[in-house]
Ligand binder design. Structure first.
Ligand code: KIV
Length: 279
């Protein structure tokens, strides 16, 4: 039985840190699940790291459902949260419920959406139909990026107060956790102490109840951006380029495939064949 939303809430109560990693495909999802990650997040960052878009704006519901289905086939133990993409929940509450339902049918246990107080009513409506919601405040790539670009949030007293208000309202609306993206570490710590639901930080310091990173960032596979908050545990892109170049060289030199990589006929059958075709 995989982890539940209740298990994640309990981790905060018990003071245990929550590990979250983004996942978009079967193979990496099963490896992250095997590594014991608490939550797999099918983030709309898929648009950038999987589909090569400049940002998350073009991501569609169909794409998110496809990624979610693939990840759900790879997970056994982790909780699975999927992002509602841009414009799948902002137009009206009916859309938000319908699209949350699509992600749940695709295999998610919960959905995540961006926004503070303005999203409280939408969140309540989704939670009311029985779908758990993770909030997402601070830098909100679907919209903050349009107006401000990558910018640390909550650096002044007023913006900090607004973030604290947002977090409280999301909690009241019924979220089971809140992602805090690029929030100054002081404010992230205050929010984490203020709300009872777990906070999941990305670029928001160690005071959060859990941490999330994009898997391509931590494996060193995505070279377009390297935000300060990313810790690379590997430099996989170099290993991949080197391995693929070696494969190309082996093909050119006739080293690959080797005997161990091919299949043979029965000698008797080969003899008969040669006799028949005269070679
Ligand atoms: O889309 C995503 O990957 C996210 C996380 C970075 C929080 O929303």
């Amino acid at each position: 039985m995989h982890k539940s939303v209740q298990d994640i809430l309990k981790m905060k109560k018990e003071g245990r840190k929550i590990s979250v990693i983004t996942s978009y495909d079967y193979t990496l999802a099963s490896l992250c699940d095997r590594a014991g990650i608490d939550v797999l997040l099918v983030g709309d960052s898929a648009g950038m790291v999987m589909l090569g878009y400049e940002n998350t704006i073009p991501v569609t519901m169909d794409q998110m459902c496809m990624f979610t289905e693939a990840v759900s086939r790879g997970r056994t133990n982790s909780l699975l949260v999927a992002d509602l993409p841009f414009m799948s929940y902002q137009v009206n509450i009916d859309d938000a419920i319908k699209n949350s339902g699509r992600l749940i049918k695709a295999g998610a246990d919960a959905v995540k959406l961006e926004g503070g107080t303005t999203m409280a009513e939408t969140i309540s409506a989704i939670v009311d139909v029985g779908i758990p919601v993770m909030g997402h405040i601070g830098l909100q790539p679907q919209t903050t990026m349009l107006s401000q670009g990558y910018k640390v949030q909550g650096k002044t007293k007023d913006t900090a107060l607004k973030l604290i208000d947002d977090a409280k309202e999301l909690e009241e609306a019924g979220v089971f956790s809140i992602a805090l993206e690029m929030v100054s570490h002081e404010v992230a710590e205050i929010i984490s102490e203020t709300v009872n639901v777990p906070t999941i930080g990305i670029g928001s310091g160690v005071g959060c109840d859990g941490q999330v990173l994009v898997i391509q960032d931590l494996l060193g596979m995505y070279d377009k951006l390297k935000p300060k908050f990313v810790k690379r545990y590997m430099n996989l892109s170099e290993d991949i380029v080197e391995s693929v170049a070696n494969y190309k060289k082996d093909i050119e030199l006739g080293i690959f495939p080797g005997q161990e990589n091919w299949f043979s006929m029965e000698p008797e059958e080969l003899k008969k064949l040669r006799e028949e075709i005269g070679r």
